[in-house]
Design a protein around this ligand. Structure first.
Ligand SMILES: Nc1nc2c(ncn2[C@@H]2O[C@H](COP(=O)(O)OP(=O)(O)O)[C@@H](O)[C@H]2O)c(=O)[nH]1
Ligand SMILES: [Mg+2]
Length: 218
């Protein structure tokens, strides 16, 4: 069952640089990152059960700001700018590259990063760069392999396994110790939504939602 707090999420502010972020004392943030067009907005909307919280943009890369969605006084979902969009100037790219690095390495209230990777194109250059920045500080990372509906079950399962292997080999914090976790996800079909919500619940420190026993028909 969806934690109703996600459905109450509201947009509170967009920041263009780190000085505009809310004071981190007593906050818990979970950030969503991904290449433009990786399905980040669709994932945020699906996980929060809101149709248009993060605007699903047909023009990739338009969201060049850090967007804050408030769940309650303490907890925020943070939508980081999509990266890898060719039409942005080099200067803008450099600005965001630097800003994202500082954000991931220094933001004290950041509890973890959810990274969207299109299941058909995992580990783009900047995905790997972001993973390295998180690896340095041991920042928890959970990867959603998005648009899983675009592959058949077998192929999706194989990609999941390969991605897990790559994570354990190339991005472990301790040798061969899994650090980042990964799952299949489809905003279209709803695959993996509950698993993603359960992870957010854990990171945000929400108690597991009790599902009431349905009344028995006699
Ligand atoms: N088939 C399929 N398409 C998806 C899924 N999630 C997103 N898309 C499509 O991928 C494109 C980019 O999605 P969007 O959420 O805007 O990506 P963003 O740029 O990363 O925020 C849109 O055309 C979406 O409709 C999914 O789970 N399955
Ligand atoms: Mg988007």
């Amino acid at each position: 069952m969806t934690n109703p707090t996600y459905q109450r999420a509201t947009f509170t502010m967009g920041a263009h640089n780190l000085t505009q972020l809310p004071n981190s004392d007593n906050l818990i943030e979970i950030a969503f990152a991904g290449r433009s067009n990786s399905g980040k907005s669709s994932a945020i909307n699906r996980i929060t059960g809101q149709k248009a919280l993060a605007r699903i943009s047909k023009t990739p890369g338009r969201t060049q700001q850090i967007n804050y969605f408030q769940l309650d006084e303490q907890r925020y979902i943070v939508d980081l700018p999509g990266y890898g969009y060719a039409k942005v100037s080099d200067q803008v790219k450099r600005h965001w590259r630097h800003t994202l690095e500082l954000y991931l390495r220094q933001r004290e209230c950041l509890r973890g990063l959810i990274m969207m990777m299109d299941i058909r194109h995992p580990f783009t250059d900047f995905d790997s760069q972001m993973l390295e920045w998180c690896q340095v500080t041991g920042m928890p990372v959970h990867i959603l392999l998005t648009k899983a509906d675009k592959l058949g079950r077998g192929a999706a399962g194989n990609t999941l396994m390969q991605v897990r292997q790559t994570l354990n080999k190339e991005f472990s914090v301790e040798r061969d110790q899994p650090w980042a976790t990964v799952q299949l996800f489809s905003a279209l079909k709803g695959t993996g939504v509950e698993d993603a919500q359960a992870l957010l619940d854990e990171w945000f420190g929400f108690e597991p939602v009790q599902t009431a026993e349905p009344p028995k028909n006699r």
